[in-house]
Design a protein around this ligand. Structure first.
Ligand code: NAI
Ligand code: MG
Length: 483
């Protein structure tokens, strides 16, 4: 078992208290990690401020880009080792960890290239003047990361912030801090000046101390809607900028004319990949009545073949959920679902031989679910699908949009006209047509309605870490002449 330190001002430091990190497949403690206090957070924020004011803000975009590219290269070189740690810490199948960490490298590469392409504008004001909108880094960013894609969600925040020239204090989730702590060991050799990225570990209290800190200019958060609201309230005291990604209850909509095999596969993948611990999970599966029964039967047959097991086994298609707490949360929803709807498959904890203490839950499909049911309204964040029938396009749209969330939606049909009518009226920040979950660093990611504020990835992601300065240069040498 390893004891980790956290990174503040380029030094690896301990804290007064530590906490245990577990392997969800075995319930065994695999590491001890510092539990950062408000005083630790304050030191980290001060280091970030010193780094920003003391030179980082003047480092050229070209140099920032090179640092990002070096980090990408280092990520690729260390990928097998970090993927193993990601799986041991989060539970996810090793094959998925490898995908995720490849995406981490791609994210750093993308922002490495973007650094020199972020530019301001020159405006056509009606005067003999040059008017400009300059883009400047916001300053010190606080970044709070969830546990479902531990290093990838950190990359989505680190890379654009470095690209934009911010310094930062980042906190991984208490369940899954290990890969970010490992990755932080590369900062120095990749040329990142000390204090530019500080990594503090801890629970919600540590996160809250970052949010409340008066010298943090912006908070970027991914996690629950509940904590998103707390963060926004707290950020109001210091009028910080906030960007929030708060998950969803995304509709995955299947019309009768969709390719049937692709539909069955897309519905299952949409909510069972990564144990269903996906902010954009297609957890509400809407099926047009003519194919309702047939598609349900086909999904159930296939769901029964999903191989559960420890993530380190390459044959595993579904690992344990991240924590005992999350397993109990999913099981509570399974019990609620049994009262509200009919169970087609699953519905409880799963037994995996040799891993009796693991946090495994059965891939579960509820059908004849009312959109008013709790399991259709609340984010479960586990392998639980709610199947809802519909009669026509209008009803599908009404059900799809009848949710406080608005992160993602998917539509499956061979009719391009119908697809596009749906695309235009779905209230979601991301809409997939005849696909589920593809995510590209080039494309914007974020939610409508209560799924959040702001966008990650692409140029939008970097702009969240910038502020705009208007500059007016008068070219008339004469006085204004008013008085
Ligand atoms: P959470 O929202 O409590 O935790 C996410 C991050 O926020 C962690 O780093 C945590 O330490 C931090 N945090 C917690 N309380 C905080 C506070 N008051 N101030 C600042 N930071 C704070 O999520 P949790 O409790 O682990 O999971 C509960 C549910 O949240 C899940 O079942 C799922 O529905 C949702 N969730 C959504 C995610 C998404 O990707 N949108 C990711 C993780 C959870
Ligand atoms: Mg929580």
């Amino acid at each position: 078992m390893q004891t980790y330190a956290m990174l503040i001002d380029g030094s690896w430091v301990q804290s007064a208290k530590t906490f245990d990190v577990k392997n969800p497949a075995t319930d065994a403690v695999i590491a001890k990690v510092p539990d950062a206090s408000a005083a630790d957070v304050d030191r980290a924020v001060q280091a970030a401020r010193r780094a920003f004011d003391g030179g980082w803000r003047d480092v050229t975009a070209q140099e920032r880009g090179r640092i990002l590219l070096r980090l990408a290269e280092k990520m690729r070189a260390e990928l097998p080792r970090l993927a193993q740690i990601e799986t041991e810490n989060s539970g996810k199948p090793i094959v998925e960890s490898e995908y995720d960490l490849t995406d981490v490298a791609t994210c750093f590469e993308y922002y490495g290239g973007l650094a020199t392409k972020l530019h301001g504008e020159v405006l056509n004001v009606p005067d003999n003047a040059v008017s400009m909108a300059l883009r400047e880094p916001l300053g010190v960013a606080g970044q709070i990361i969830p546990w479902n894609y531990p290093l990838l969600m950190a990359a989505w925040k680190l890379a654009p912030a470095i690209c934009a020239g911010c310094s930062m204090v980042i906190k991984p989730a208490e369940q899954t801090p290990l890969t970010l702590l490992e990755f932080a060991r590369f900062f120095e050799e990749c040329g990142l000046p000390k204090g530019v990225v500080n990594v503090v570990t801890g629970f919600g209290e540590t996160g809250a101390a970052i949010v409340a800190h008066g010298d943090v200019d912006k908070i970027a958060f991914t996690g629950s809607m509940e904590v998103g609201k707390i963060i926004m309230r707290s950020a109001a005291d210091t009028l910080k900028k906030v960007s929030l990604e708060l998950g969803g209850k995304s509709p995955n909509i299947f019309f009768a004319d969709a390719d049937f095999e692709a539909a069955v596969d897309g519905a299952l993948f949409g909510v069972f990949v990564n144990q269903g611990e996906v902010c954009s999970a297609g957890s509400r599966v809407l099926i047009e009545r003519p194919i309702y029964k047939k598609m349900l039967d086909a999904m159930v047959a296939k769901a029964k073949t999903i191989k559960l097991g420890p993530g380190m086994d390459r044959a595993t298609k579904m690992g344990p959920v991240v924590s005992k707490e999350q397993m109990e949360r999913v099981m509570r929803y399974q019990e609620i679902g049994k009262k509200e709807a009919k169970v087609a498959v699953g519905g409880g904890r799963a037994a995996v031989s040799g891993f009796e203490k693991g946090y495994f839950v059965q891939p579960t499909i509820f059908y004849d679910v009312s959109n008013a049911a709790t399991i259709a309204r609340e984010e479960i964040f586990g392998p639980v699908m709610s199947v809802i029938p519909f009669d026509d396009e209008a009803e599908a749209l009404k059900i799809a949009n009848d949710t406080p969330y608005g992160l993602a939606a998917a539509v499956w049909s061979r009719d391009i006209f119908k697809c596009f009518r749906m695309v235009k009226r779905l209230q979601a920040g991301i809409v997939w047509v005849n696909h589920m979950q593809p995510t590209y660093v080039e494309a914007p990611w974020g939610g409508y309605k209560m799924s959040g504020i702001g966008r990650e990835l692409g140029p939008w992601g970097a702009e969240e870490y910038q502020q705009v300065k208007q500059v007016h240069i008068n070219l008339n040498e004469a006085p204004i002449g008013w008085y």
